[in-house]
Design a protein around this ligand. Structure first.
Ligand code: FE
Length: 141
């Protein structure tokens, strides 16, 4: 599902073709016991599902784009919820006509490659808590 090399708390990660990005990244964090850190990356995908939270209605609006796209930027963070890795990932992806879509990523399917860096911060222990007002899982320090 993935391959990686490591130097201390710094990882370079390559996800296998055709895998689910979030499933592979979550598995990597679980198997490497990473519960805190930052993620960066790029890649190619043929499907991405985003989630938009409308603050007025507090309803989620999910939208899937099923087409070949380049991840022009992936940025994310790793915290923990109930002892498991909790990933918060946003991406921007460019389409064939070079217009971009982006937002909070629910999942994406790799179609080509996905090259990520993960910098773990094992001395920090950010958690998550459900926030009544926003409807979000906010940091709990
Ligand atoms: Fe988000």
């Amino acid at each position: 599902m993935y391959q990686f090399i490591q130097s201390g708390d710094h990882y370079i990660l390559s996800l296998d073709n055709h895998v689910s990005l979030m499933e592979a990244l979550t598995r990597f964090c679980t198997e490497q016991h990473i519960l805190s850190g930052v993620i960066g990356g790029l890649g190619a995908i043929n499907e991405a599902t985003f989630r938009f939270l409308d603050p007025a209605t507090r309803k989620y609006v999910d939208k899937t784009f099923a087409e070949q796209m380049e991840i022009t930027n992936l940025t994310g963070n790793i915290s923990q919820k109930d002892g498991n890795p909790y990933l918060h990932v946003h991406i921007t992806a460019s389409r064939r006509d070079y217009t971009c879509v982006g937002g909070h990523l629910l999942d994406a399917k790799i179609n080509g490659a996905c090259e990520l860096t993960v910098d773990a911060c094992p001395s920090l222990h950010p958690g998550r808590r459900a926030d009544e007002e926003t409807g979000l899982n906010l940091y709990r320090f």
